[in-house]
Design a protein around this ligand. Structure first.
Ligand code: AMP
Ligand code: GLY
Length: 424
């Protein structure tokens, strides 16, 4: 069948890489894609939010399956748009309805869902401009650090963790009264701070059945030792070494099953990925957030470990037959290191020629922000390339990625040299 992937990052190149290996895929399209997807698929110059152009492309190219990479089109209702259209409703679309996507699109709605289904998470209260004074009073009752979350989508920047009460009150006011994150911060969730180590669990659900995919740990800060500004993610490791059988049992019983059952009970149309951001405190798991898509760069370590044919897995998801398929996972560890443009996550230049890609051996090159210009591969984003390696343990895999990164170069190239530093 012909398949379309929506998105342009390392996540989408990884999906394209796995799907292009499948004999179930005839023609593969990526919209808008990058230089990596250009080499293995047909890139279509269409924005992920332009539903009408996507509709035309699906009809023109006889596309039978659409995999939605990022959250934006999901929150805007791409699954609902397909379901309502006579010519698109038979297309298998991987991604939840907009109601389902609100688990990521609204922090408050996600918290309410967790409360309804008894899913462990930090205590919270939410406030609007009208209740700003009450919000400040609520902060008086908490211990530092203070966690403030813009309710809506804020491109991963909407969470502030502040040490002083005064600063927390000031930022709460900035968010609510001065629209610090625009529309996204018309409501703010104030949360109890949880002190522990983070991990992510990925679940594929057809709305009824589910499969737990490999775990991963992401390194979000720009600087060594998890310091400096937050980024989309600077590297990832799968599986997470401390996610032992006991922790995974708790996560499954207390979080995964209640989440999938909650989705079914509330009759939410959900055929897609659930990315559960967790924190482990005293060996007990708590949900920090839900995302309604795969993570980036987590995809670059999760998908390469899935041996089951990805198209079959996506088809079973769409047809509500996940119970009929078995999931086979590569036991090896996968690690990825993100190579970024100097300046990221603040201002950076684009259009720098990247050299050395063809010299990389024993690792997989996943393109993130790249483009083809005058026959060269050039930088086209903050996060540029992810180098994924597989080996019998994560240290060996990380070493392989670092050896290969040394072959790459472009002006002001940067990467963290300590991915995995906190794992033993
Ligand atoms: P989120 O966008 O919800 O994933 O939050 C971004 C980051 O803020 C998370 O990855 C955590 O590192 C941190 N964070 C969010 N909520 C909490 C919390 N309640 N306690 C401690 N850290 C948190
Ligand atoms: N790496 C975090 C995310 O994709 O949201």
């Amino acid at each position: 069948m012909n398949i379309l992937i929506l998105g342009s990052g390392g996540r989408e190149h990884t999906f394209a890489y796995k799907i292009s290996e499948s004999e179930n895929c005839t023609k593969l399209f990526v919209a808008p894609g990058n230089a990596g997807t250009h080499a293995i698929a047909t890139n279509l110059p269409i924005s992920v939010n332009d539903f009408e152009a996507i509709r035309s492309a699906v009809l023109e190219h006889n596309i039978e399956m659409v995999i939605v990479g990022p959250e934006d089109p999901l929150v805007s209702g791409i699954a609902d748009y397909f379901a309502k259209d006579d010519r698109l409703k038979e297309v298998m679309l991987i991604g939840p309805s907009s109601r389902g996507a609100m688990l990521e699109g609204s922090k408050e709605r996600a918290k309410e869902f967790m409360m309804r289904h008894n899913i462990p998470t930090a205590a919270y209260a939410s406030f609007t401009r009208e209740t700003l004074v009450a919000g400040k009073k609520f902060l008086d009752t908490l211990q530092p650090p203070y966690v403030l979350k813009a309710d809506g989508l804020a491109a991963g920047k909407g969470v502030l963790i502040l040490n002083s009460l005064e600063e927390a009150k000031h930022e709460l006011e900035n968010m609510l009264a001065h629209s610090k994150f625009g529309e996204a911060s018309t409501k703010v969730v104030i949360e109890e701070f949880l002190d522990g180590i983070e991990l992510s669990v990925f679940v594929l659900t057809d709305g009824k059945n589910y499969k737990i995919l490999p775990t991963a740990k992401d390194y979000k800060r720009i600087g060594e030792g998890d310091t400096g500004l937050n980024t989309g993610g600077m590297g990832a490791v799968s599986p997470v070494p401390f996610a032992d059988e006991e922790l995974m049992r708790k996560i499954k019983e207390r979080i995964v099953i209640p989440t999938v059952n909650g989705i079914a009970e509330e009759k939410i149309d959900y055929k897609g990925f659930i990315f559960i951001g967790l924190i482990r405190v005293n060996n007990e798991p708590y949900v920090i957030e839900y995302n309604v898509r795969m993570g980036d760069p987590e995809t670059e370590v999760v998908l390469p470990r899935i041996k089951t044919d990805l198209v079959e897995l996506m088809r079973a998801t769409s047809q509500q037959k996940l119970d009929e398929i078995s999931l086979e996972i590569d036991k090896r560890s996968a690690t990825t290191i993100m190579v970024v443009s100097g300046g990221y996550p603040e201002a950076y230049d684009k259009g720098k020629v990247i050299s050395g890609i063809s010299e990389i051996q024993d690792s997989i090159v996943f393109h993130a922000g790249t483009a083809v210009k005058d026959g060269d591969i050039v930088t086209n984003g903050g996060r540029v390339i992810a180098i994924t390696s597989l080996d019998e343990d994560f240290r060996k895999a990380i070493k392989k990625s670092y050896q290969n990164i040394e072959k790459l170069s472009f002006d002001r190239m940067y990467y963290r040299t300590d991915i995995g530093f906190d794992l033993s």
